[in-house]
Design a protein around this ligand. Structure first.
Ligand SMILES: *[C@@H]1O[C@H](CO)[C@@H](O)[C@H](O)[C@H]1NC(C)=O
Length: 239
């Protein structure tokens, strides 16, 4: 056995003993323009990157230590004016390609994950709770169900919820929570239970277009998907 084989065997043995695993997220850009995906770690060690640029048609693998929970989203219409990286849609405000622990400024479509949760399960969902900015799909490798919002909601966004760029094109669609910020739409305060925070016409607008995505905080639990820990995931923007 050569040294590198021995080292690999040892690492494998240590991983088996400690249950250490790292999931791979393959992030693909099927949009006809460049994007800048980003990650935000909620709990666990940080993902291998917090932000990177991805050309149209390209894909990139990132490593996710387990256990991990966090989110992935993508920015677009990015530029580096005066040395400060900024994106018109999905920006995190870091001023850099890396988001360094900053989250998306809504509206942004979120791909949310818990990897290595209790009883050996991963859970994942697409969330429109903070609004929409790009279509996305989460496809687990190995047979678990796809979660997605494959529709361009920007094209159908009611004008009062639309976020527009300098040319007037809609580049994001706010949820009612993001637009109004009230307990009724954000499921906070005296609306902080499923029974006191039912769907609204606004959340139904998102649900009708993307039935497999979360349209508000207490959406149908069928919006959450489960897979055995050990799966890898392909996250495609503009699937
Ligand atoms: C606004 O979006 C449109 C359509 O995506 C694009 O052609 C245009 O360049 C954008 N304008 C700005 C100022 O980024």
């Amino acid at each position: 056995m050569e040294f590198h084989q021995l080292a690999y065997a040892l690492l494998l043995a240590i991983n088996l003993i400690h249950g250490v695993h790292s999931a791979v997220f393959t992030i693909k850009n099927n949009c006809p323009y460049n994007i800048a995906p980003a990650t935000l770690t909620g709990s666990g060690a940080s993902a291998s990157t917090t932000g990177f640029q991805l050309a149209s048609g390209a894909s990139n693998n990132i490593n996710i230590p387990t256990p991990w929970s966090g989110r992935v989203w993508a920015r677009f219409e990015c530029s580096n004016d005066g040395g400060r990286f900024h994106c018109n849609s999905g920006d995190c405000g870091s001023g850099q390609v890396a988001c360094n622990g900053a989250g998306a400024i809504p509206p942004a479509t979120l791909a949310e994950f818990t990897i290595g949760g209790s009883n050996g399960k991963d859970t994942y969902d697409v969330s429109l709770v903070d609004g929409f900015n790009l279509p996305v799909s989460i496809v687990p490798q190995g047979g678990c169900a796809t979660s997605d919002c494959p529709v361009d909601i920007n094209a159908q966004c009611p004008s009062q919820f639309a976020v527009r760029n300098g040319s007037g094109a809609t580049i994001g669609c706010k949820s009612a929570c993001v637009q109004f910020g009230t307990p009724q739409y954000c499921c906070t305060g005296d609306h902080n239970t499923p029974s006191t925070c039912p769907p609204t016409d606004y959340s139904r607008f998102f649900k009708n277009l993307c039935p497999k995505a979360y349209s508000y905080a207490y959406d149908d639990p069928s919006s959450t998907f489960t897979c055995n820990t050990g799966a890898n995931y392909v996250i495609t923007f503009c699937p």
